[in-house]
Write a protein that binds this ligand. Structure first.
Ligand SMILES: [Zn+2]
Length: 453
């Protein structure tokens, strides 16, 4: 028992034995925690915690991770026994559902604008994710719109990789090398150092013959130049060709700390002809190259992932690459479930979806339950049964475990609670739930602003 809780109990017994009304004592002792998650199995790799413990939250921050915190110490208690309590997950490959169009809709470049590729940012909360990083949906000319329309308004924390293409992914100019201005890219990153964490290059000249306007390494080299100028990592979406090999990318072009996303896509030589893991992956890792899942709608194949994982090669960070083409079947917990079903331990997967991505984007304050940090928390459950998982080659892998999100807390607020862990059973709801005669209807079972559905 903490000193504080001893004091409370002592105060209570003194108050009662001396004949004071207990309510006076209670009022004198405001709850120490606004919210207490009680009885869950806490996995917090940053602090080497992997055991049953309670998590106390006060004023939007983590206030305690300890065993047997008394319920009386909290204004609100949520029983999470049988569930896992982890730092809010960090998804470093995501696409926001707004932004990307030129600010001026009547500008000539707006004519090539197509429907946004991204999804509503807060959809991430439904998978225990509290931080998403937009992976280059916008560039120097379109980032501000994304910030104004989405980043500044949503509940989930949003950071971003800036596309080396000034017009971003939505504007139809991804193949225009003139659009890749390292100077402008770096200046923009420096203007928004709290939001932009790196550079992104993607989709460049994957099939057509090379010509003077499209040298093989233009996108890679220009993204790297911006990364050097702004001193930030680069995230690579890459398509190898004979004149532009994967080995050269990960062994020569990429700097330590740069991230290769979509690592298990079909186009990478993850395995040698004999089925052994390609040693260039290990060599690249030794020189500091980071490998990220970036599942997407085309970039995750069991034929690469399963043999690689079996041989001990697990991507450094888990991520979705969520966009309009996959959001009905994909989520962060679904990505983690696939690796869990392949036999990767849950603790390891939580590390690769919290601490590791936070470090990759140089935001080490994220992805932990350290006392004093913003209270971003995921409550997860491992289900056991018969489950099927699909990849982007339309192939299935059977599994007997599945990870699902039961509750998400962002900066101390419960923002996702679809099974009502924090709610009263309806029969025991207070009077206003059943009737509010003056309104001709009824009112919610509680007055706070937690989501009700
Ligand atoms: Zn992407």
């Amino acid at each position: 028992m903490s000193n504080w809780s001893k004091a409370v109990f002592f105060g209570f017994s003194v108050a009662i034995t001396m004949g004071f009304a207990p309510t006076i004592s209670v009022q004198a002792q405001a709850p120490r925690y606004d919210l207490l998650l009680k009885g869950g199995h806490v996995i917090d790799p940053a602090n080497d915690v992997d055991r049953v413990a309670d998590v106390g939250i006060t004023a939007g921050k983590i206030a305690a991770v300890a065993e047997n915190i008394p319920a009386s110490a909290a204004g609100k208690v949520v029983d999470v026994s049988g569930l896992y309590v982890t730092p809010g997950l960090v998804d470093i490959h995501f696409h926001l559902g707004h932004g990307g169009a030129p600010l001026d809709w009547f500008a000539p470049e707006a004519r090539s604008f197509t429907a946004p590729l991204g999804v509503p940012a807060d959809i991430a909360l439904g998978a225990g994710v509290t931080t998403v990083v937009d992976a280059g949906s916008t560039g120097a000319e379109t980032f501000l719109q994304e910030k104004m329309e989405v980043i500044d308004r949503v509940k989930v924390r949003v950071l971003a990789f800036l596309n080396i293409v000034a017009n971003g992914m939505n504007g139809g100019l991804e193949q225009t090398v003139d659009q890749m201005d390292p100077q402008l890219c770096a200046e923009t990153i420096k203007k928004f150092p709290d939001i932009i964490v790196g550079v992104k290059t993607a989709h460049y000249w994957t099939e057509k013959p090379w010509d003077a306007l499209h040298p093989p390494w233009a996108a890679v080299d220009r993204a790297e130049e911006c990364g050097r100028l702004a001193n930030v990592p680069v995230m690579f979406d890459f398509w190898p060709r004979p004149d532009r090999t994967y080995a050269e990318l990960i062994l020569k072009k990429m700097r330590p700390g740069d991230i290769h996303t979509h690592v298990f896509a079909q186009q990478f030589p993850i395995l040698l002809a004999d089925g052994k893991l390609n040693p260039i992956l290990i060599e690249a890792r030794q020189r500091g190259v980071i490998f990220d899942v970036g599942h997407g709608a085309g970039s995750f194949w069991f034929r690469n992932a399963v043999p690689a994982v079996k041989q001990g090669f697990i991507p450094d960070s888990m991520s979705t690459d969520l966009h309009m083409g996959n959001f009905t079947v994909l989520s962060m917990t679904e990505v983690l479930s696939k690796f869990l079903a392949m036999g990767v331990p849950l603790e390891d997967l939580i590390r690769r979806s919290t601490v590791n991505p936070a470090k990759e984007i140089r935001h080490k304050e994220l992805g932990t339950l350290s006392v004093g940090r913003e209270a971003d928390v995921a409550v997860l459950e491992v289900l056991h049964g018969h489950f099927g998982y699909i990849d982007n080659g339309y192939a299935r892998m059977n599994g007997d475990v599945k990870l699902v999100a039961r509750m998400t807390i962002r900066a101390g607020r419960i923002v996702f609670d679809p099974s009502g862990l924090s709610m009263v059973e309806w029969e025991t709801a207070p009077k206003q739930y059943f009737t509010t005669p003056e309104l001709g209807g009824s009112a919610p079972a509680r007055a706070d602003n937690y989501p009700r559905n």
